[in-house]
Design a binder for this molecule. Structure first.
Ligand code: SAH
Length: 467
């Protein structure tokens, strides 16, 4: 270990920053957040520092550095763009035993400033020992994605209950087990979802009945798994996937995404081919209720977004009726995923001012849509579940006034490695599924925006002959 990690308590202490540019600004911000009394010495100031000065957050000496500036300073930072000046500041500080950091020259000073991940009051500091600031920044970015934004609130909540925990669980192992359970369980999830009052009430409840650690009721997470590419999952989706005790998933959820679910979780496949529901919807709804009543954390993983043609509403209806706690995590819906990965913007100033998400497969199996509303100028249609009704779709749209040569695209297995995009005119839509042997899942985008794909396609390597 090249350096000794430590966190300085510098609240109210005088800190000197020499330099007034953007690099200095980046150093002043954390000092100021930690409550330091910062003085900046520099002939000129970057706008960000000026703003801090105007807000009364810092003091300012408008001139070049003089060794006297170091008097009564707890720590100093040399952040000018003059290497020689920085070194002389460092020498002056070292002569007075004042800890000094020199930007971009870690060895010239006596301390280095780490990359930080802030989840106040939790702070994570990363250092590569000066080897590569970029590497520390990348590591920091990775931590940022892994640690929920509200993580700090969890720390604050726990802090409030520290004494209570000591009183309730005098044996340290017992106490540790209790906290482990809390910090990885529903209390934490509620907090991460911004439901602070519920989290606190639940924690209180856990203390009140400390002899039984598990809460009576489980919880259901209705999670959107996105259109296929696992990278499109949200942070929250991934976290809940890793915590679940049991997962119910359907056919639409890509195998690469199911693979990311906690390996110990029980997996229940609930199918749903277009007309061949392997578990009737009502049974799925009931299953969610039953599992949660067993105290389990139930992940209901859906393709795309749960509230877009996903029956998410129906599933949580029964949960609400049974007072089962649940949360809904949005996912990237197929229309968004497919449009991005096919290079077809759904709206565009020149071609489309609105976009409709429609289903080509209605509840009773017919395709009855409000055709006149669909045939509007400057409007894109994103048709889910439409490949089986292509002849009706094409015929009715043309009958209601849409031009037969309106460009359309069928996007198959969008956002995955298997993605294929077939482009043609609306009048040629009916035979496209057979002509291209289109496989599910696939959706249709209809409108002038489809033309943009010619310039904007970026994802698939093998574009099709019709493009
Ligand atoms: N809740 C999902 C939609 C469920 S309906 C969502 O928000 O995306 C199922 C339909 O979505 C499929 O018939 C297909 O039209 C579309 N779909 C889902 N994933 C897709 C994908 N990766 N590529 C193309 N279409 C997709």
């Amino acid at each position: 270990m090249k350096s000794f990690p430590a966190f300085l308590l510098i609240q109210g202490k005088a800190c000197l920053v020499v330099g007034g540019g953007s690099v200095a600004a980046r150093k002043i911000i954390p000092l100021s957040k930690a409550g330091a009394n910062v003085t900046v010495v520099s002939p000129e100031l970057h706008n960000d520092i000026k703003a801090m000065l105007e807000d009364g957050k810092i003091h300012y000496k408008q001139r070049t550095f003089q060794p006297d500036d170091l008097e009564n300073t707890a720590i100093a930072i040399a952040a000018t763009d003059d290497v020689v000046l920085n070194q002389s500041i460092a020498e002056a500080a070292k002569a007075r035993n004042i800890p000094i950091n020199v930007v971009n020259d870690p060895d010239a000073g006596t301390f280095i400033m780490p990359s930080i991940v802030e989840r106040d009051p939790v702070t994570i500091a990363v250092s590569s020992g000066g080897a590569s600031p970029v590497l520390s920044r990348l590591l920091r970015a990775r931590l940022e994605t892994m640690i929920p934004g509200n993580f700090g609130k969890l720390a604050s909540l726990v802090a409030q209950f520290r004494q209570r925990a000591i009183d309730t669980f005098p044996v340290i192992q017992q106490r540790r087990r209790f906290w482990e359970k809390i910090l990885q369980g529903q209390v934490a999830e509620l907090l991460f979802a911004g439901q602070e009052r519920r989290a606190e009430a639940l924690l209180q409840h856990q203390f009140d009945k400390h002899d039984s650690l598990a809460s009576d009721l489980g919880e259901v997470y209705l999670v959107g798994g996105g259109p296929g590419d696992p990278d499109l999952l949200t942070f929250r989706a991934l976290r809940l996937m890793q915590q679940a005790d049991v997962v119910l998933y359907d056919r639409l959820v890509a195998p690469a995404i199911v693979d990311l679910v906690n390996k110990d979780a029980e997996r229940i496949y609930v199918g749903k081919a277009r007309s061949n529901h392997s578990l009737p919807q009502q049974e799925i709804n009931q299953r969610l209720v039953d599992l949660a009543k067993e105290g389990k954390r139930v992940l209901r993983l859906k393709g795309g977004d749960p509230f877009i043609f996903g029956r998410g509403g129906e599933e949580i209806d029964l949960l609400a009726e049974n007072h089962i706690p649940f949360q809904v995590v949005p996912g990237i819906t197929a229309a968004n995923g497919c449009s991005s990965y096919a290079g077809i913007p759904l709206t565009h100033r020149d071609y489309a001012q609105s976009c409709l998400f429609i289903t080509g497969h209605l509840k009773d199996g017919t395709t009855e849509l409000n055709w006149p509303a669909l045939v509007q100028p400057g409007q894109t249609l994103a048709v889910y579940m439409g490949t089986h009704g292509v002849d009706i779709l094409s015929r009715e749209l043309i009958k209601h006034g849409m031009s037969p040569d309106t460009p359309i695209a069928i996007i198959q297995q969008g956002t995955t490695e298997m993605q294929q995009v077939y482009v043609d005119a609306l009048e040629n839509l009916p035979d496209m599924p057979d002509r291209f042997d289109v496989k599910p899942p696939s959706m249709i985008i209809i409108g002038e925006v489809v033309k943009l794909r010619q310039q904007l396609a970026w994802f698939e390597e093998n574009t099709t002959a019709t493009d």
